[in-house]
Design a protein around this ligand. Structure first.
Ligand code: HEM
Length: 196
């Protein structure tokens, strides 16, 4: 019982700390609202925040998997087949697997390309011709993927509560639909009132 409680606290903490896509979307939407053209100080600062977040995220994802597998073992009596046959569990680990691959794609492919463009933006010189649209294109791809990540974290959370309480599957589907709407909203605009 105590081990389950401990693992659940670790699992819930990792869920909380995986709110990164939400806050990254808030940051980039605020950047758009700020409106200043691409410049060294604003954009270097924002890119540092986003870039340094990836490693933290990988670590929380690993913690999520380890604590999730521990909880699974304790609550399902070591019946590992359920990991492949119970839709709730399948949705959870598939969501986590997609989250890891999207973050890897951003960290190892998209972000380095943004960095190499940003390295040409210097504090004391005008921004070289043609750089801004290239950065903009890469950023909108990153932002789209971030919206998908937020949706996946919320979906895994909804399925997590189902893994504990076994509530109606259609209620879970309804909640996932609401999660999709919310992720879309956060993707589109800052949410000054939290839910809207
Ligand atoms: C992004 C990924 C994940 C998120 C956001 C997440 C979130 C959650 C949440 C919020 C709970 C609710 C606990 C409660 O109702 O109090 C939970 C429970 C649970 N999760 Fe996850 N989870 C994720 C991935 C995983 C993975 C990969 C596994 C296993 C392979 C897993 C296994 C479990 C189990 C077995 C429970 C039930 C625990 C219990 O009843 O004591 N989770 N999860």
């Amino acid at each position: 019982m105590e081990l389950r409680a401990f693992l659940l606290v670790v699992h819930l903490l990792s869920t909380l700390l995986m709110a990164a896509p939400f806050y990254m979307l808030v940051i980039v939407n605020e950047r758009a609202r700020f409106g200043a053209p691409l410049g060294y100080f604003t954009d270097r600062y924002m890119e540092n925040i986003i870039r340094n977040n990836a490693v933290r995220c990988f670590i929380f994802q690993g913690t999520m998997l380890a604590s999730g597998l521990g909880l699974f073992y304790i609550t399902r009596g070591g019946n590992w087949v359920l990991l492949l046959t119970d839709p709730t569990m399948v949705i959870k680990w598939v969501a986590l697997a997609i989250l890891v691959s999207l973050l890897s794609h951003i960290h190892f492919s998209v972000q380095p390309r943004i960095e190499s463009l940003m390295n040409q933006v210097k504090p004391d010189a005008p921004v070289p011709e043609g750089i801004a649209p290239q950065i903009k294109a890469l950023r909108s791809r990153r932002k789209r993927l971030s919206g998908i990540c937020l949706f996946l974290v919320l979906t895994a959370l909804i399925m997590g509560v189902r893994a504990t309480f076994f509530y109606n599957f259609y209620l879970a589907l309804g909640l996932v639909a609401i999660a999709a709407l919310y992720a879309w909203r956060v993707y589109r605009k800052p949410v000054p009132l939290g839910w809207m």
